[in-house]
Design a protein around this ligand. Structure first.
Ligand code: SAM
Length: 285
């Protein structure tokens, strides 16, 4: 990858500075192999600011740190997502988790989509829940959708998607849960309000030592997020998930992610889904 005309290439010194700041602030671990990617992504930000070299950008970052770090993280994150991505997890929700909650007579179910990107994941969870309880008494469902990237959260909150983005959704589901744009909005699909009402989007950095949450969740989805973290950052995230997951809850990871050798606080349930190892008072002595 070469820098565009007039724009200087990303030098080693600035790459190291940016890489260290990004790691410290987000846990995203960038190796030397990712230098071209960092250059390309940060270049977009340089153009917006009309800054023509990375050295000047590093000075700009240090002078405007609190504001600019959010923009820097926004350009570095990888936000790939899809509705009903890794469909086995939505089958698990429909066939195992929700029936178990129903059988237990649960009045409230709390689900957290941690690293929710543009919202396809929390909306897919919401659709699965509404479909499951279609002819039944639905409990109070609350979905928390968090991400470090403020741009993707804005899109999730808007609930507006292009026809390409909703391409993987069944036509009946699309009809029931989305409004089709007309006129100027033709080709766009907007999530219906009843679904938006059960989802709350918020910025949360999974790398923080503690999270400002007061809920214990029945299910935590954290799929395709920790792949960007190193071992130490992953362990810190699992320590927090353990505290925020109900004793009979489920932790759903991405298909290429594993907890093996990272923590012994969870056991494998199947399909990259984990449950808490709960020690009772007797085994603790
Ligand atoms: C590849 S997307 C995965 C989206 C969705 N979970 C899925 O599987 O379709 C990864 C998301 O993790 C977010 N992320 C990366 N580092 C994060 C951090 N430290 N705290 C919270 N979210 C983070 C990124 O902004 C991005 O939106």
């Amino acid at each position: 990858m070469t820098a565009c005309a007039g724009m200087r290439a990303l030098e080693e010194k600035e790459f190291h500075l940016l890489k260290n700041v990004i790691y410290r602030e987000s846990g995203i671990h960038l190796t030397e192999m990712k230098k071209a990617l960092v250059q390309a992504r940060v270049m977009k930000r340089l153009r917006e600011l009309k800054i023509w070299n990375y050295k000047e950008y590093c000075c700009y970052l240090s002078d405007n740190y609190d504001r600019e770090i959010i923009n820097l993280i926004n350009c570095i994150t990888t936000n790939k997502t899809d509705f009903f991505r890794e469909p086995k997890h939505f089958e698990f929700l429909k066939e195992a988790a929700l029936p178990a909650f129903e059988k237990a007579g649960r009045k409230q179910v709390s689900i957290w989509s941690a690293g929710c990107s543009t919202g396809a994941e929390p909306y897919s969870i919401a659709i699965t829940v509404f479909e499951y309880f279609r002819d039944k008494k639905i409990p109070d469902i609350k979905i928390l959708a968090t991400d470090i990237d403020t741009e993707v959260l804005r899109k999730g909150e808007s609930g507006i998607y292009t026809s390409d983005e909703v391409g993987s959704i069944d036509q009946d589901i699309l009809q029931n849960y989305f409004m089709r744009g007309v006129g100027q909005n033709s080709g766009l699909f907007k999530v219906k309000d009843f679904m938006k009402k059960i989802i709350h989007f918020d910025r949360l950095n999974l790398l923080n030592d503690t999270y400002p949450l007061r809920t214990v969740f029945d299910i935590i989805f954290c799929r395709n997020v920790i792949i960007y973290f190193d071992v130490e950052s992953r362990q810190s995230v699992f320590k927090n998930f353990y505290d925020y997951l109900a004793e009979d809850g489920y932790l759903v990871m991405g298909h290429s992610e594993t907890l093996a050798s990272l923590t012994n606080k969870f056991y494998f349930y199947g399909n990259t889904i984990y449950r808490k190892v709960v020690r009772d008072a007797r085994s603790a002595c």
